[in-house]
Design a protein around this ligand. Structure first.
Ligand SMILES: O=C(O)CCC(=O)C(=O)O
Length: 294
């Protein structure tokens, strides 16, 4: 056999093999009710449909079972391992999926309350946890005011978790604005950055899609944003527009403001292709600058 041909065939087979590495991720955009049980039931119904459509992983929005108001966070908060946590873990195992369980208010033994995301694997085991690190304290003239620090405490660690599809990073909403955080997650191996979020009608139209594109292009990763559906009856109106962007900056899928879900089939080898063609991460001048979490 011609050695050159054999070599070429092997190379192509490896290439194809790598290209078969795909993950189906469902993004759920649900309305948030005052009733926790109702929210979990709605989430579960969407998860059931996503699983029927072949999802490997499901992502829920920020504060998907607690209306987004600072006064609600201590009232709805539970210790890790509480009822909501157990129900989410059992949903993950029952459906055999990875569940990025949006975020929920978490209370610790010192009565500090956090905006926390738990990530469960297919057996319902927790494989990641993130406490929002950058609290959303903003005051835009003529627009949105919010002060999470009235009732929340910030987290202090960066979340990268491992799956059968490789490493993924997670941060919550306002965290995503801080460029260093995404870069550190990517340096720790994350190929996908997942962001349970709830932008509003001031910052959403201005920045939401741009941010998901910017972080994807800068870091050459997929970015995923899962938001609550818009509800004009709530005191904080979510922008919705849940989104997935590719490492080339293309919008893979995006919703409008309504309740619903979509599934994307992400080709993880596309990341290698983009990084090979445009080797940004390799071409950094670490001799001149660095970003570090130390
Ligand atoms: O950064 C923004 O504009 C929105 C942030 C936000 O709503 C949040 O952190 O919950």
């Amino acid at each position: 056999m011609n050695k050159g041909w054999n070599h070429e065939l092997k190379r192509n087979l490896c290439f194809e093999d790598r290209y078969a590495k795909k993950v189906k991720i469902a993004v759920i955009q649900m309305k948030v009710d005052r009733d926790v049980d109702k929210n979990i039931t709605v989430a579960e119904d969407f998860i059931r449909k996503s699983v029927y459509d072949g999802a490997d992983m499901v992502v829920l929005p920020e504060m998907f079972c607690c209306p987004y108001e600072t006064s609600n966070f201590p009232i709805y908060a539970e210790l890790e391992g509480g009822d909501i946590y157990n129900r989410l873990s059992s949903i993950a195992s029952r459906f055999g999926i990875y569940l990025v369980a949006g975020s929920v208010p978490e209370i610790d033994k010192f009565c500090r309350v956090y905006n926390t995301s738990y990530i469960f694997d297919r057996s319902g085991t927790k494989i990641g946890k993130h406490r929002k690190m950058h609290l959303f304290d903003i005051d835009v003239e003529g627009g949105q005011y919010f002060k999470e620090s009235d009732t929340l405490t910030p987290g202090d660690s960066i979340c990268v978790f491992n799956t059968e599809f490789g490493k993924m990073g997670l941060c919550i909403c306002y965290d995503f604005r801080f460029v260093e955080l995404s870069r550190i997650m990517v340096d720790e191996g994350a190929n996908i950055i997942i962001v349970p979020a709830a932008f509003n009608m001031t910052t959403g139209p201005a920045h939401w899609e741009n941010l998901f594109k910017m972080r994807a292009v800068d870091n050459q990763v997929y970015t995923i944003g899962a938001a609550p559906a818009r509800d004009y009856d709530s005191s904080y109106t979510s922008y919705g527009n849940s989104i997935v962007v590719s490492p080339w900056g293309e919008v893979v899928n995006k919703m409008n403001e309504e309740e619903g879900y979509f599934i994307v089939d992400l080709d993880l080898n596309y990341i290698d292709k983009i990084r090979k063609e445009l080797p940004l991460l390799k071409q950094r001048r670490h001799d001149i600058y660095t970003i570090s979490n130390k």
